[in-house]
Design a protein around this ligand. Sequence first.
Ligand SMILES: O=C(O)CCC(=O)C(=O)O
Length: 258
Amino acid sequence: MSYFFSEKEQQKYLDDGFVCRESQFSQKEIISFRKIFESTVKKAHSISDTGKEYFLDKKRFVDIDCLTLQYEPEPHNQFLKVIEPAHSLNDGLDEITSDRRITDPIKSILSTNEISLWTDKLNLKRPKVGSGFGWHQDSPYWVHDSEDVESLPNVYICLDNANQSNGCFSVIKGSHKEGCLPGTFDNSQLGGFYTDKDCFDIKDAVDLEASEGSLIFFNQHIVHGSTANHSDQERRAYIVTYQPKDRAMLKSGKIKNI
Ligand SMILES: O=C(O)CCC(=O)C(=O)O
């Protein structure tokens, strides 16, 4: 069985900057993924005290070697928001990052049969406390570390049903075509990483409501974000970014061929 993009999907990815494939994993697989996700979160909490804590725009971060833990803003700053790179805490994630339902479409996007990992993150967005992600592109975060920012496609793996009330993933359709866009200038520390609102049309926003086990493949230049989780439902996601084989990963500089 192979899962490469059809010509239609390939064209949609080029035109829109994203492709969604609904319900790619069984209920049994989703339950197993969630167990891996939660055991990774537990591990992150257990080592958090050993790291170096710092604050950017009042947001709390902890670095432990190559790992970065990002916490929710106050008053919820004991809740984790993002763990990156997550695989460094749990080998169980390798089962997911090497699954052909994920890697075949990535190979279609990169037009190569051999790929490696760039980075991977667990986004927790817990019920009632999970904050949103402002409109941004990933490429400006990576452009100084990657020699080839054009070759860093992402996949967003839905671990829960995602809709507007729990803060589903949203994209600005077609915004990937402009490459790296200017950031905002608001004198904050992280403002430069949020995309200047004059550089895209909010009318092109698409809320990607998707069921658990769905996969959203998206371009590293697409403007994306999501709102807070106001519901009592989980909205967990695992986002993995790939590149052609034999290339160093973002944080560790090591190579992890898939
Ligand atoms: O999890 C989300 O809804 C958005 C995540 C995101 O924008 C990111 O990790 O770059």
